[in-house]
Design a protein around this ligand. Structure first.
Ligand SMILES: O=C(O)c1ccccc1NCC(=O)[C@H](O)[C@H](O)COP(=O)(O)O
Length: 214
């Protein structure tokens, strides 16, 4: 089994960006959602984006954002992909892909097999679906450190590329890859010492655990 690609989401400082690049992560995520403890302002995203340019994928994370915010973030950070983490429809996702000319990732929150089956609706509209845990009402739609039943996506053979998120940590990520065969893993709170505070050693440990999977 080839090791999975890695996205470290919610990077907001140069030091933790450097840690992700040193650890050979494939993508970092910048969160453009004001309610998140990981939210970055476009000016900070510009500094981080310039530092990361050409060295790692830069995925902008949005929750039902309008075109103005998306455009500002794309321009500021030089994003390489858009991750939609709200209730964006396939039509809205396809519109954004055409407008910005960037790959679009759609996060889908999963509790049941029906939630996984919804991914097919996004075929042709997005480039990748990211299966993530459903979070409780009134909380953030992601980045809560919650897992779902991985057997629901084990060996998923859908019509588009996919990845796994939700509660992944340095300790459980190897098992998650072996069990599901996911081509991509995404973590946020699993590499933090407190909400929004990324830990360089945990980032390194997470990436090492992924790279060690054969
Ligand atoms: O990370 C956030 O603060 C966030 C806020 C709003 C929507 C999504 C958010 N994060 C999405 C991610 O890409 C996370 O990596 C994913 O949900 C997994 O998070 P975690 O369970 O904390 O590893």
């Amino acid at each position: 089994m080839a090791s999975a690609a890695i996205k470290i989401c919610g990077i907001s400082t140069p030091a933790t960006l450097d840690a992700a690049m040193r650890a050979r992560a494939d993508h970092v995520g910048f969160v453009f959602f004001a309610r998140s403890p990981r939210s970055v302002a476009p000016a900070d995203a510009a500094l981080l984006g310039a530092r990361a340019e050409g060295r790692i994928g830069k995925v902008g994370l949005f929750v039902d954002a309008d075109d103005a915010l998306l455009g500002e973030a794309v321009d500021a950070a030089g994003l390489t992909a858009l991750q939609l983490h709200g209730s964006e429809s396939p039509q809205r996702a396809a519109q954004l892909r055409a407008r910005f000319g960037l790959p679009v990732w759609k996060a889908l929150s999963v509790t049941t097999a029906e939630d996984v089956a919804r991914a097919a609706c996004y075929a042709g509209a997005v480039d990748l679906v990211l299966f993530d845990a459903k979070t409780p009402a009134g909380t953030l739609p992601g980045g809560m450190g919650l897992s779902f039943d991985w057997s629901l996506v084990a060996g998923w053979k859908g019509p588009l590329a996919w990845g796994l998120a939700g509660g992944l940590t340095p300790t459980n990520v190897a098992e998650a890859i072996r069990l599901t065969g996911t081509p991509l893993v995404d973590t946020s709170s699993g590499v933090e010492s407190a909400p929004g505070v990324k830990d360089e050693q945990l980032i390194a440990a997470f990436c090492s655990a992924v790279h060690a999977v054969r």
